[in-house]
Design a protein around this ligand. Structure first.
Ligand SMILES: Nc1nc2c(ncn2[C@@H]2O[C@H](COP(=O)(O)OP(=O)(O)OP(=O)(O)O)[C@@H](O)[C@H]2O)c(=O)[nH]1
Ligand SMILES: [Mg+2]
Length: 328
């Protein structure tokens, strides 16, 4: 089941972003370094290309991403016209302090001794935009939190006489083209809980980790991953951590195990991990184009070995799959 999440407030946020962009000199686009292209909103690129605005791409949360892969992404983005890419952690004062100096050369026409350079921070939810805003201002002007869609409206502040900064709400886009991107976005916690099923996200994350960092799973949870698939990993986590459904004997609580895997991945407990690299992304896109209708049935086995189709479970639970919650 493909993940889509475009809550109501994002329609107005998108319109407002388009309006503000007219009066912006440089777009500071914050991406998640663990999944830079999956977290790169095509709608933001369209808006910025329409207005021909230069862009500083910040691959944020480098403390959680694989350094070698982050370097590959920097090389990838720094080849794009009108783009400068850096990798940093917005939680670090020293890293955040580099941002104004990196933006200035991107708008050489703007003489900031007379007119302040106007920056707008954009990006998908929960990537660290408001954290950056607060760091640059040296005080807490915006709420931050490890939940997507904390910021619901724009706010502009003066950093100094030479620079202003606008923070904006996290923006998703109406249709995520590649199914795998939806799962990566959910794994990094950019998608609201109402639009996802934790077990399914964890299963995809486990598949990704098995393919890219199997040793991290073994180190963290102490099992041998050699003949495992994603579902096996969730079951093994449940066994290792003693996740049992109350009153149901030895039946494993796979939901609880899924949440453990997701939480520990998000907190960096499995080490620094990148969910995609330029090469893996190219291969993923090639695969989708060559096999356009390749239905992927997600199944979580019960202890008895009986298999339940996850897509059936999903389609019967409208509250979980709607993803278009106007009130969110
Ligand atoms: N590990 C790590 N966490 C970070 C970093 N930057 C931000 N965070 C955390 O990421 C979470 C989201 O940060 P926010 O600044 O609220 O993100 P946002 O992009 O403004 O999110 P929305 O307002 O929901 O769009 C918070 O828990 C931050 O503490 C970083 O460099 N490393
Ligand atoms: Mg915010």
């Amino acid at each position: 089941m493909a993940i889509q999440w475009f809550p109501g407030h994002m329609t107005s946020a998108r319109r407002k972003a388009g309006e503000t962009m007219e009066f912006t000199d440089v777009i500071v686009e914050v991406l998640d370094a663990r999944a830079p292209e999956a977290s790169c909103n095509p709608m933001i690129r369209e808006l910025r290309e329409h207005r021909q605005r230069p862009c500083l791409k910040i691959l944020n949360k480098i403390d959680l991403a694989d350094p070698a892969v982050t370097q590959q992404w920097l090389d990838f983005y720094n080849r794009q016209p009108g783009v400068k890419a850096v990798a940093l952690s917005c939680k670090s004062t020293a890293d955040a302090a580099r941002v104004p100096k990196l933006c200035q050369p991107l708008a050489p026409h703007r003489d900031s001794t007379h007119k302040p350079l106007r920056l707008m921070i954009m990006g998908i939810p929960n990537v660290g935009k408001s954290t950056l805003m607060n760091m640059l201002l040296g005080r807490r002007v915006a709420n931050v939190g490890d939940e997507p869609a904390v910021t619901k409206s724009q706010q502009c502040h003066k950093i100094n006489d030479q620079m202003t900064l606008t923070d904006s709400p996290g923006l998703m886009w109406p249709k995520i083209e590649f199914e795998e991107d939806g799962f990566m976005l959910a794994a990094i916690h950019a998608i609201g809980r109402n639009a996802v099923i934790e077990e399914e996200i964890a299963e995809h994350l486990a598949d990704n980790l098995l393919a890219r960092y199997p040793e991290r799973l073994s180190e963290r949870f102490g099992f041998d991953t050699k003949v495992m698939d994603g579902v096996d990993v969730i079951e093994a986590v449940a066994k290792r951590r003693g996740c049992l459904i109350k009153g149901r004997g030895a039946e494993l609580d796979l939901e609880k195990a899924s949440i453990i895997l997701l939480t520990e991945f998000r907190a960096g407990k499995l080490g620094r991990i990148s969910l995609e690299s330029p090469a893996s992304r190219e291969a993923m896109i090639r695969d989708v184009l060559e096999n356009p209708v390749k239905p992927r049935v997600h199944s979580l086995r019960s202890e008895s070995g009986e298999t339940t189709s996850h897509s059936t479970k999903l389609s019967n639970d409208n509250s979980k799959v709607a993803g278009y919650d106007e009130n969110e």
